[in-house]
Design a protein around this ligand. Structure first.
Ligand SMILES: Cc1cc2nc3c(=O)[nH]c(=O)nc-3n(C[C@H](O)[C@H](O)[C@H](O)COP(=O)(O)O)c2cc1C
Length: 171
């Protein structure tokens, strides 16, 4: 059955390691006839969460109109969500954290999603998974399907890329 798949690529490096891993997942998911949308966050100029709590009023919307509303809508509709980040100081990159902060209108409304996590590091992952898993844990009935971690240049790791393609194909 065709699924709605959303891929959040948070590295500032288009075509870099984690972004390349995202593309492999996308290719696999598309080849299996899923509906796939990938967002490269660096292309979306968005502001930080202002912690105004307007999104906690019945309207449930962020007052900032800067391109993220569509992404949040797609997340709610998705069956499969992929979060990808480079490892910065043993943690997720600031762009992904800022994005998670802006998910405040919907983070508890995400329900029955399958999750994949993609990370890329020079050599050490540190605690990168912790914050991502913590964010996911706020959603309802989440399933972590797989984690893919690359160290160094992922383009020279065809087996890992194939594994990611397969995961996308069978997601
Ligand atoms: C600000 C910054 C912090 C980094 N911190 C780490 C780190 O803690 N551990 C590590 O192994 N690599 C670290 N790196 C290296 C990147 O994680 C690595 O180059 C990664 O492959 C980049 O992924 P990308 O190509 O998807 O952007 C850091 C790089 C930058 C720019």
């Amino acid at each position: 059955m065709s699924k709605n798949v959303i891929v959040i690529s948070s590295s500032p490096r288009a075509g870099g390691n984690s972004d390349t891993m995202c593309d492999e997942f996308v290719n696999g998911a598309l080849d299996a006839d899923n509906a796939v949308v990938k967002y490269f966050l660096e292309d979306i100029r968005f502001h930080a969460c202002k912690a105004c709590y307007k999104c906690k009023t019945p309207e449930k919307k962020c007052f900032q109109e800067d391109g993220l509303a569509e992404v949040l809508e797609k997340m709610l509709e998705a069956d499969v969500i992929v979060y990808a980040t480079p490892v910065y100081y043993f943690s997720m990159c600031g762009t992904l954290k800022r994005f998670f902060d802006r998910c405040y209108p919907i983070f508890r409304d995400l329900e029955n999603k399958d999750y994949y996590i993609i990370t890329s590091a020079g050599s050490t992952n540190g605690n990168v998974l912790q914050g991502i898993r913590d964010f996911i844990s706020f959603s309802k009935n989440p399933t972590e399907k797989a984690v893919f971690s690359a160290f160094g240049d992922v383009k020279s790791q065809p087996e890992l890329l194939k594994e990611i393609y397969e995961a996308g194909f069978h997601c």
